[in-house]
Ligand binder design. Structure first.
Ligand code: ATP
Length: 336
C-alpha cells in the first residue's frame, strides 16, 4: 500500500540544517491501522505530510499502491490526494457552514453534482452517527462530535487511505476512546487503510494493528503492536510505555530484594484467563510469586505480562519453560 524508501527531509532553520527525517524505511499494508508514535520533534508531522506529498522529501521515494509518487506533477498529485482523506487534531471545520455543508465541501471541490454531494454527505454522516446533527453549525457540537464531522468529511470522497494527524489529542480520554472505536469500525467496515500519528501509547493500543516508533527522524523499531508492547527493544519505546503505565521494566526495582529464578511470562488471547500460575506451581511443587504485572487489551485481544520469582528444586525449575510453552505462554529467564 505505502512504502517509504530511504526518505530524508532536511530543513534549513536560521542557517542551521535540521534533519527532520534521516532515512526512513517503512511499509504500511493494505487494510491495516498503522500507528506512528514519537516524542515531540521526532518527525511525526513531517512524516505524515510525506505520505500525500504535501511536503516533498529531500531525498528518497514514496510508493503508493505500487507507484512511485515522488516525481509526479502538482496536477497529478492533486488526483492522488483525492484518494486520501485527512483528519486533523483541531478538526479544521468551516465554522460558518453547517455540518452537512462541511462534509460536502470536498465533493463540491471535486465537481460532483449537487444532488450527489448531498446524498453522499448524508451517507457518511450516518456512518459516523451524526445524521441528526446535519443542520447544526460546528460550534453547537461537542469536540467529539466535531471530530466525527471531520472524519465524515475525510471519507466523503471514498478514499482508500485515511491519514489521522493527532486526531484525538484535543479530546478527553472517554471521547478519545469513542473516536478510536469509530475509526476501527470504519477500518473494518470499509477496509480502508488508516495511518495515524500520535504521542499516546494508549491510542496505539486501542486502535492500531502495527506501529512504528520514530525517534530523531529515524524509525527506532516497528512491528505488530502486541510484539512491540510486550517486547520493546528500543529505549524510547520502553520509556513511552513506562510513562503510559505499561511498563515492562518496572520489575527491576524489586529484583534485588528477591531470591530465586526470575522469569517473564507473556501471553495473549485465551491464555490470559487461565489460572496458570497456581496450577503449574501445584503441579511442579514450586513457589511462584509475582513481582510485576500488566494485563490489558490491545485492540480486541487481551494480553498480559508477568514477572515472577520461582523457587524450588532444580528439576522442577527445568520443567517450567515446557509447562508454560505448552499453554502458549512465552517464557523468558531474566535472572537464572
Ligand atoms: N518548516 C520547518 N522548518 C524548519 N524546521 C522544521 C520545520 N518543520 C519541522 N521542523 C523541525 O523538524 C523536526 C521534526 O518536526 P516534526 O514537526 O515533524 O515533529 P513532530 O514529531 O511532529 O513533533 P510534534 O509532536 O511536536 O508536532 C523538529 O526539530 C522541527 O523543529
Amino acid at each position: 500500500m505505502i512504502r517509504l524508501e530511504n526518505l530524508t527531509k532536511t530543513y534549513l532553520s536560521s542557517g542551521r540544517e535540521v534533519h527532520a527525517l534521516a532515512g526512513v524505511n517503512m511499509t504500511v499494508r493494505e487494510g491495516e491501522v498503522f500507528g506512528i508514535i514519537g516524542r515531540s520533534g521526532a518527525g511525526k508531522s513531517t512524516l505524515i505530510r510525506m505520505l500525500n506529498l504535501l511536503e516533498h522529501p529531500t531525498s528518497g521515494k514514496v510508493w503508493l499502491q505500487g507507484r512511485d509518487i515522488t516525481p509526479l506533477s502538482e496536477a497529478e498529485l492533486r488526483q492522488v490526494r483525492r484518494g486520501i482523506g485527512m483528519v486533523f487534531q483541531h478538526f479544521n471545520l468551516l465554522r460558518s457552514r453547517t455540518v452537512l455543508d462541511n462534509v460536502r465541501f470536498p465533493l463540491k471541490l471535486a465537481g460532483l453534482p449537487k444532488n450527489e454531494q448531498l446524498e453522499r454527505a448524508r451517507e457518511v454522516l450516518s456512518l459516523v452517527g451524526l445524521s441528526d446533527q446535519a443542520a447544526k453549525h460546528p460550534g453547537q457540537l461537542s469536540g467529539g462530535q466535531q471530530q466525527r464531522v471531520g472524519i465524515a468529511r475525510a471519507l466523503a470522497n471514498h478514499p482508500h487511505l485515511l491519514l489521522c494527524d493527532e486526531a484525538t489529542s484535543a479530546l478527553d480520554p472517554e471521547t478519545t476512546q469513542s473516536v478510536l472505536r469509530l475509526l476501527r469500525d470504519i477500518n473494518a467496515k470499509l477496509g480502508l487503510t488508516i495511518v495515524m500519528i500520535t504521542h499516546g501509547m494508549d491510542v496505539i493500543r486501542a486502535a492500531c494493528d502495527r506501529v512504528a516508533v520514530i525517534d530523531a527522524g529515524r524509525i527506532a523499531e516497528s512491528g505488530d503492536v502486541m510484539d512491540v508492547f510486550l517486547h520493546p527493544q528500543h529505549e524510547v519505546t520502553q520509556s513511552l510505555l513506562s510513562e503510559s503505565g505499561m511498563d515492562a521494566e518496572g520489575w527491576r526495582a524489586l529484583a534485588d530484594t528477591t531470591t530465586g529464578r526470575l522469569i517473564r511470562l507473556s501471553f495473549r488471547g485465551e491464555a490470559t484467563a487461565q489460572p496458570m500460575l497456581s496450577r503449574i506451581s501445584r503441579e511442579l511443587g514450586l513457589d511462584l510469586s509475582i513481582l510485576h504485572g500488566t494485563v490489558g487489551r490491545i485492540k480486541e485481544t487481551p494480553y498480559g505480562q508477568l514477572v515472577v520469582a520461582a523457587q524450588g528444586g532444580e528439576q522442577a525449575l527445568a520443567q517450567l519453560p515446557g509447562h508454560f510453552e505448552a499453554i502458549g505462554v512465552r517464557f523468558e529467564v531474566l535472572r537464572a
